[in-house]
Design a protein around this ligand. Structure first.
Ligand SMILES: [Zn+2]
Ligand SMILES: [Zn+2]
Length: 279
């Protein structure tokens, strides 16, 4: 039998609790374990889980506050601060490969840097993307933002294709990026290894040759039409990394001239590269 779940604002941590398994009893607050999204209360003797208390969503805090719950009223400032932060973060967030500048070079190393100069004024810290010291993007930084790091890496890959060599955190950024997340640093390494892998080799089926039926390989309009038709012929495709399934025509398509890369709609990893060849 799983433990009952209690609303955060109805939970009384000063109450005592009895273990139905072994008869032990104790005070809730002395037996709390905290996790990122819930706390649970366990038996002090047999370790059975007695109660699960999820941390409140912003909507739950608002509701409890409107009903006069003092703890919820006390949390309202925090909720409003967080929401304002997320709104600012969203406003500055890189969402599209087309927002990035064109860059020269075949081996692009992009630095993931950190700027907290305005911290003293209680303002946000920033993630700054640089190429050869030149700033190419800036957005609000997230503490332990490894998930965001991964999203940005695949947007960069989408923009720069196989010229994208590495997204490299600077010394200044690493503490804020990894925080207490022990897996974050190896995640950075494995993501960059994935990028390197894509530059080296690709599995069977990654490369698709498109024969130029028209015999006018340099006509960009014909190329576009023939490449689009070949993408449609791929039909239903799936991403083995994130599990996305969809029509190739719905996926992200990048590239120009005689090459196109078809990438996952969700995680943006490249799935196919189509190259036009002379017939
Ligand atoms: Zn017990
Ligand atoms: Zn995917």
């Amino acid at each position: 039998m799983s433990a009952p779940i209690r609303n955060y604002y109805e939970y009384d941590r000063t109450a005592s609790i009895v273990c139905p398994g072994c008869g032990w009893s104790g005070v809730c607050s002395e037996n709390e374990d905290y996790f990122s999204e819930v706390m649970d209360i366990r038996c002090g003797s047999c370790d059975r889980m007695l109660l699960i208390v999820p941390f409140p969503t912003h909507a739950e805090t608002r509701k409890a506050a409107s009903e006069g719950n003092d703890a919820a009223i006390g949390n309202l400032d925090y909720v409003e601060d967080r929401e304002a932060f997320f709104a600012r973060a969203e406003e500055h967030s890189l969402t599209s490969a087309s927002d990035l500048p064109d860059l020269m070079g075949d081996d692009l190393i992009i630095e993931w840097d950190f700027d907290d100069r305005e911290k003293a004024e209680k303002k946000d810290s920033w993630t700054v993307l640089r190429h050869e010291r030149q700033e190419i993007w800036r957005e609000v930084a997230f503490y332990e933002g490894i998930k965001r790091f991964e999203e940005v890496l695949w947007i960069l890959r989408e923009k720069y294709g196989s010229r994208m060599t590495e997204l490299r955190p600077t010394q200044a950024s690493i503490t804020y990026l990894c925080g207490d997340d022990l897996r974050a640093s190896s995640r950075i390494d494995s993501l960059n290894a994935e990028l390197a892998d894509m530059r080296e080799t690709q599995g069977d089926g990654f490369f698709v040759e498109v024969e130029d039926a028209d015999g006018q390989p340099d006509d960009p309009k014909r190329q576009e039409e023939e490449l689009r038709a070949s993408i449609a012929e791929l039909g239903s495709i799936d991403c083995s990394w994130c599990g996305w399934i969809g029509e190739a025509t719905e996926a992200r398509v990048n590239g120009s001239g005689d090459q196109r890369e078809v990438s996952c709609l969700e995680c943006r990893r490249p799935l196919f590269r189509l190259t036009m060849s002379d017939s």
